[in-house]
Design a binder for this molecule. Sequence first.
Ligand SMILES: *Cc1c(COP(=O)(O)O)cnc(C)c1O
Length: 340
Amino acid sequence: MGIIDLRSDTVTRPSQAMRKAMATAAVGDDVYGEDPTVNRLQEKAAELLRKEAALFLPSGTMANQASLRTLTRPGDILLAGEGAHILRYESGAPAALAGIQVQTIGRDGLFDGADVRAAIHPDEAHYAPTRAVAIENTHNASGGRVFPLDRLKDVVSAAQERGLALHLDGARLFNAVIATGTAASVWAEPFDTATFCLSKGLGAPVGSLVCGSAEAIRRVHRARKLLGGGMRQVGILAAAGLYALEHQVERLADDHANARRFADGLEKLGFAVDPPPETNMVMFGVDDTTGFLRAIRARDLWINPMREGQFRAVTHLDVSESDVDEALERIGEVVAEGIR
Ligand SMILES: *Cc1c(COP(=O)(O)O)cnc(C)c1O
């Protein structure tokens, strides 16, 4: 067996069937709104999240940032969970592109209505106004955790009570859907703007969607243009997204089962897995970050450290159950060498 790549669910390659759908897609100039495949994808996304409209964008980062620009004004505060992708992995975009500050609340990406209320300062003459709340579901940096629906509803009622806009960073929304059995439309219902990525667990090469009211999407459309995200015969990519939504949603359950299998195996080898995997990520502790990384790399096993002493393994479309077992074999060899 060759390289086993557990760095991220973004590393998947399009299958022959997906490539065929791409190659044969009907296309047109999407800046004129004339790409039939893009239009079909946007209709499908809006239908899945039960919103009036949806817009196709080149990345999850642009989907988040185009949304945030429409929900806030420069100087505003956006509340988000610890380790939010929006804050940590989007190159400073909230400050640079929307002119906003991000204030983190709660722990490990999760928070409650009380955290929202406590974060808001009533005196806007001296304090920046809190304008919006972003929820990340599933939460990447904390290991693919699902934001529990009751806590989400509690946050929503606090936000609504204080007149805050709501944004869902649903890069891995369908992992939450498959893990809980709660429909995407239920998760997305209270949000003004809700995103999801086609390029993560769903296995398409490119693309994200923002869903919302017709008015919200009209504004996001303008922000997409401003950010340089207008695309032309992009039905070729939308076709991959449609294929993914039609064929690669239910199978996320396999990724979740593989993540649990990997976590069990790691525990048998004496590694601490924390938190227990809820979706397709496994966070585990090591004593020697550099040594462990070097040793697994030498065995063609690719897993990234999240921080000193902690690795994050991600299961996906291109990792089978036997790949998971093989990965555990290789880690077993590393442990036998005295490295962990
Ligand atoms: C991957 C990801 C995004 C978007 O990333 P892109 O690489 O820009 O598509 C946004 N939010 C979360 C939580 C993510 O994991």
